[in-house]
Write a protein that binds this ligand. Structure first.
Ligand code: AVJ
Length: 323
């Protein structure tokens, strides 16, 4: 997500380091180095979400394809570079259009070219936009029924009110009658969660510390990477993994002409990754105007793929709803 027009890296870093407690938004993990490290994370034995979600998609590709009858447009929140996109595109024959929506316009175009070669009959129409806000779809989609696709439990990076706001906005962008297919990581055994964010090979630690390296590279920061360490833990009260960078000593760091003091043990909060129960996620979706119509999980119940329907009156329906 480098160079996105609506992201102001310098201002967000300075404001976040001036705040108490210190924090930096997790969206800044993904420069080129960070994106490569995340790719590496998805292949780690401890990092189950990518593998398990891919399994659920593969097993249920036919059922998902039935949600995409001829003439529908598939709108992905994200650039569509993943193997998961291909599982859906391969299963969904006769899709009228595939629309990846991402802030990073250049990467989006590259991905679109690759997909056009792989799927010559598919109309790939990338949209460069910040999908956390309402955005306009290409005019050619106006008459097509729409299906949103938001895999990867990326929604877990939003605090629940922001997740609800995202779902509400996406409902407005996709329109009444739209369907949303969304991957959501689930609450589970704490040891499994802990290991997924504290891998033995230390890739997640490098991913977290790359944020400081990126600040040094792009904002002229002078972080000493050896003076900070990775910490990740499950906070059951908030139902989220928190990632932090912990200062190993009293130190002063300067970024973009501003200096910041750290106490020994003080942290920069770099990420929240919320874990839901199926019921809690469905309640959030309902609040945001979507009606849950299907959910699949793996046999361990570690990850979920939800299908939601955007009905004009979904938020106002009384009583328990059909599943
Ligand atoms: C891309 C947000 C789904 O929260 O698991 C992986 C990012 N952070 N390891 C997640 C992440 C640390 C990931 N998401």
């Amino acid at each position: 997500m480098e160079g996105g027009a609506t992201f102001d890296f310098a201002a967000d870093v300075v404001a976040g380091l001036q705040a108490t407690p210190k924090r930096i938004p997790s969206k800044y993990f993904y420069d080129t180095a960070g994106s490569l490290l995340f790719e590496e994370i998805t292949q780690l034995p401890e990092y189950y979400p990518t593998r398990v979600e891919r399994g659920i998609l593969t097993e249920n590709a036919e059922a998902i394809a039935k949600l995409l009858p001829a003439g529908r447009a598939l709108i992905e929140f994200g650039n569509g570079s993943s193997a998961k996109t291909r599982i859906v595109l391969r299963a969904a024959r006769e899709l009228s259009a595939y629309v990846p929506v991402d802030i990073a316009a250049e990467f989006l175009e590259e991905q679109a070219k690759t997909l056009r070669l792989e799927f010559p009959s598919l109309n790939v129409l990338p949209v460069a936009a910040d999908f956390t806000r309402a955005f306009d779809l290409p005019a050619s989609l106006r008459t097509m029924p729409r299906v949103g696709f938001f895999p990867g439990s990326t929604i877990g990076n939003f605090d629940p009110p922001d997740a609800a706001a995202f779902l509400h906005h996406s409902g407005l962008s996709l329109g009444t009658g739209a369907v949303m297919v969304i991957g959501v990581d689930l609450v589970k055994n704490e040891a499994v969660l802990h290991a997924a964010y504290n891998d033995a090979a230390g890739v997640t630690a490098r991913f977290n510390l790359n944020l400081l390296a990126r600040i040094n590279r792009e904002l002229g920061g002078d972080f000493d990477l050896g003076s900070f360490e990775h910490r990740a833990f499950f906070d059951r009260g908030h139902s989220r993994i928190e990632m932090h960078l912990v200062s190993r000593a009293v130190q002063r760091v300067s970024v973009d002409g501003c200096s910041f003091d750290f106490a020994e043990g003080e942290t920069i909060h770099t990420e929240n990754s919320y874990k839901y129960t199926v019921e809690a996620f469905q309640a959030l979706a309902r609040e945001a105007g979507w009606r849950p119509i299907r959910v699949w999980t793996d046999s361990d119940g570690w990850f979920s793929i939800h299908v939601l329907a955007n009905e004009a009156d979904a938020a106002n329906q009384p009583g328990p709803r059909r599943l």
